[in-house]
Design a protein around this ligand. Structure first.
Ligand SMILES: Nc1ncnc2c1ncn2[C@@H]1O[C@H](COP(=O)(O)OP(=O)(O)O)[C@@H](O)[C@H]1O
Ligand SMILES: [Mg+2]
Length: 298
């Protein structure tokens, strides 16, 4: 059943730069190519429901008006509940109430919440029924943290096994089997044939600085940045007024700087005169991003 080698595409960047829009356009693009595609948001403030104009939430939901496309918004609270229950269920048969209460308390910290979201995310990194899985992520810091976790993981579980046998994720003996799953996820994140990591940025200093920093952080985790999307360029045709001409010139300077700094695929998206939502809009955006009929790396 698990014959497919799923391709993973991550969209990262500062808040508001256009991650969700580019992730949605990419998802619509791949679905249009006949690939079974899932877009997942790991952003606790994820808004796929708004942009696809239908209710999605913490369930894999088919998107109307597009064949082959499904979406899901990871809800951190539900993910935490599911995760705790999965760890506690096998303990219920083995231990008395007192021990269970202690275990429940140990699973109530912020670390468990972090682990739960990560665990959910790692489940999607397993091969399965999708050709392409797109991750619309939370603003950069949160995402880097999410990706650091599996890299910390092996060490943490090894140390805990030697010491108290307790981790913030539960007793070592119960979670040891996850180690393989996590190691597989790390290997896939580092494999440039399986995973693309795309930063979305605006052509301005703060956005550029953050991209340079985040790309270096990723590099430290052994994950390469595969491409950039520079979003929000003012069209050359709109530079008749000095206000927009000035902004246009500034953007072009940053564009040149970005090309100097990054030797990788760089795509650009102009500012639209509307907001970006709905399948038709994302089809439009996909055509602009990828060119009509162009197929990016299979
Ligand atoms: N090229 C663009 N032209 C016009 N509006 C855009 C463009 N890119 C993004 N937007 C709008 O900017 C807002 C933020 O974009 P979004 O994709 O949600 O960013 P992020 O996910 O990074 O926070 C949204 O309202 C979106 O419709
Ligand atoms: Mg977003």
């Amino acid at each position: 059943m698990y014959h497919l080698k799923t391709k993973f595409i991550f969209f990262s960047g500062k808040g508001g730069v256009g991650k969700t829009s580019m992730a949605c356009a990419t998802a619509v693009y791949w679905a249009n190519q006949g690939k079974k595609t899932l877009i997942v948001t790991t952003d606790p403030a994820g808004n796929l429901s708004d942009v696809f104009e239908q209710e999605i939430r913490h369930n894999i939901t088919s998107i109307g008006g597009a064949d082959n496309l499904s979406a899901m918004e990871i809800d951190p609270d539900i993910a935490t509940r599911e995760y705790k229950e999965r760890l506690l269920a096998p303990m219920r048969e083995l231990f008395d109430d007192e021990i269970l209460k202690i275990a429940e308390e140990q699973l109530s910290g912020p670390c468990t919440e972090e682990m739960a979201s990560f665990d959910k995310f790692v489940n999607f990194m397993e091969d399965g029924i999708y050709d392409v899985i797109i991750f619309d992520t939370a603003p950069t810091g949160h995402t880097i943290r999410l990706l650091e976790l599996p890299v910390d993981w092996s060490k943490h579980i090894e140390d805990s096994a030697k010491g108290s046998g307790q981790t913030c994720m539960g007793p070592v003996t119960l979670i040891q089997e996850n180690k393989q799953k996590f190691d597989d996820a790390i290997a896939k994140l580092r494999d440039i044939d399986r995973t693309e990591f795309i930063f979305v940025l605006q052509p301005e200093q703060t956005s550029l600085d953050e991209t340079v920093r985040a790309s270096q952080e990723l590099g430290k985790l052994g994950i390469q940045t595969s491409g950039l999307i520079i979003n929000g360029l003012i069209p050359a045709s709109e530079t008749e007024t000095s206000f927009f001409k000035k902004r246009y010139d500034m953007q072009q300077t940053y564009l040149a700087k970005i090309h100097q700094l990054f030797n990788m695929s760089i795509r650009t998206v102009e500012l639209f005169d509307t907001e970006l939502k709905g399948i038709d809009m994302f089809r439009d955006l996909a055509a602009k991003l990828f060119g009509e009929g162009e197929v990016i790396r299979e």
